[in-house]
Design a protein around this ligand. Structure first.
Ligand code: MTE
Length: 323
C-alpha cells in the first residue's frame, strides 16, 4: 500500500528531466532500430506499411507486455471493444465506429502549454516515437456500469509530464479533444460544451497506472477508440479517459471537465470507481461485462487498483471522490 502524504498535485523533482536525457533516449531508440527499420527495408515496403497504419511504423506496436499488470478476468475480444464505443463527437450512442473513420489522424498536432518552461507544438507521431511503448492489460469500467478488459499499447503519462517540463506551480494537467464539426457531427449539438475536456492532478497524471494509449491489441489505436492518442486511467470511470487529444495544458486551477459542465451533480472531477457510491442513474455495485451475454460481476473499489492509487486520495477530506 502506498503511504503518500504529499498533496497529489505536487511535482516531484525527478519529473523535471533535462533535455539531454531525452536526446539520449532518442539515441537509444535509434540504436535499437526504430530509425534503422525505416532505412534498411525498401521504400516500397515502408510506403505500404505506413499507409496501413495511419503513418506510423507498425513495428512500434509490437511493444513488450509489462507483466506487472495482471488481470483477474478474460480479455474481451477486439470486436467487443471496437464496436461498442462512447465518442460523443460522432453521436450520443454506441455505434459510432463507422462515422469515426472520418477523423483524419495524420498529420495530428499536439500542443503542450500553460505552466510549462516552454510551450511545445509537436506532431503526435513524432511525440509517440520519442516514448518507450509497452503493452498493459487493464480493466476498464464505464459509469454506465459496463466493463471490459483489453491490451493497451502506450507509454506512461509520467513520461509525457517529464517531456512537458511543467513549472513547479502547476497542479493540474487539462486535456482537450479536437474540434471539427464538419466531420464530427456531434459537435454541432450546441448544448454540449465542446471541445471534450478532462483533467487530472499532477499526482494522478504521474501515477504509475496513468497511460497515454496509442494502440490496442498490438495495433495502432482505431479511430473510434481515440486515435492517435488518448488517456487511459483504469481506476476512474471511463469518461475521464479522454480520446483523440490535441492539447495538454498545465495549470494551477482545477479544471471543470466536459461532463461536469453538463451535469455537475452526476459527474465530478475525481470520478474514482467505488461500488458503494451509486450514480444518480446506475448502481455501481456490479458491472455488465461486454460480450458476456449479460453476465454481471461485482465492481471493485478503484476498479481493482486500490493498491496503486488509494494513497493519492488519503488526505483529501470533504471531496466527492467517487463521481
Ligand atoms: N473522449 C471524447 N473525446 N469524447 C467522448 O465522448 N467518451 C468517454 C471516454 N472518452 C468520450 C471520450 C466515455 S463516456 C467513455 S466510457 C470512454 O471514452 C469509452 O471509451 P471506448 O469507446 O474506447 O470504450
Amino acid at each position: 500500500m502506498l503511504t503518500k502524504s504529499k498533496p497529489s498535485w505536487s511535482i516531484s523533482e525527478n519529473l523535471i528531466t533535462p533535455e539531454s536525457a531525452f536526446k539520449n533516449r532518442r539515441a537509444i531508440l535509434k540504436t535499437i532500430g526504430i530509425s534503422s527499420i525505416l532505412t534498411t527495408i525498401s521504400p516500397n515496403v515502408v510506403g505500404s506499411a505506413v499507409a496501413s497504419t495511419g503513418g506510423l511504423n507498425p513495428n512500434l506496436f509490437s511493444a513488450k507486455r509489462n507483466l506487472k499488470y495482471e488481470l483477474d478476468r478474460p480479455l474481451n475480444t477486439e470486436k467487443d471493444v471496437t464496436t461498442y464505443n462512447n465518442f460523443y463527437e460522432f453521436g450520443s450512442h454506441k455505434l459510432i465506429s463507422k462515422d469515426a473513420q472520418k477523423l483524419q489522424t495524420k498529420p495530428w498536432t499536439v500542443t503542450i502549454d500553460g505552466m510549462v518552461e516552454k510551450p511545445i507544438i509537436i506532431d503526435a507521431h513524432t511525440l509517440i516515437s520519442k516514448m518507450q511503448l509497452e503493452e498493459r492489460l487493464y480493466r476498464f469500467r464505464c459509469v454506465e456500469a459496463w466493463s471490459m478488459a483489453l491490451p493497451w499499447t502506450g507509454f506512461p503519462m509520467r513520461d509525457l509530464v517529464k517531456f512537458s517540463r511543467p513549472l513547479k506551480k502547476a497542479k493540474y494537467v487539462v486535456m482537450e479533444t479536437f474540434m471539427n464539426s464538419a466531420i464530427a457531427k456531434g459537435q454541432k449539438q450546441f448544448w454540449y460544451p465542446w471541445p471534450y475536456r478532462e483533467g487530472l492532478t499532477i499526482g494522478e497524471a504521474t501515477n504509475e497506472l496513468a497511460l497515454i494509449g496509442v494502440g490496442a491489441y498490438g495495433k495502432p489505436l482505431p479511430k473510434q477508440m481515440g486515435a492517435p492518442l488518448r488517456l487511459v486511467v483504469p481506476w476512474k470511470y471511463g469518461f475521464k479517459s479522454i480520446k483523440s487529444i490535441v492539447r495538454f495544458s498545465f495549470t494551477d486551477k482545477r479544471p471543470v471537465s466536459f461532463w461536469e459542465t453538463v451535469q455537475s451533480e452526476e459527474y465530478g472531477f475525481w470520478a474514482n470507481v467505488n461500488p458503494k457510491v451509486p450514480h444518480a442513474r446506475w448502481s455501481q455495485e456490479t458491472e455488465r461485462v461486454l460480450g458476456g451475454g449479460g453476465k454481471r460481476i461485482k465492481t471493485l473499489i478503484y476498479n481493482g487498483y486500490e493498491e496503486q492509487v488509494a494513497g493519492l486520495y488519503r488526505n483529501l477530506k470533504g471531496e466527492s471522490l467517487y463521481y
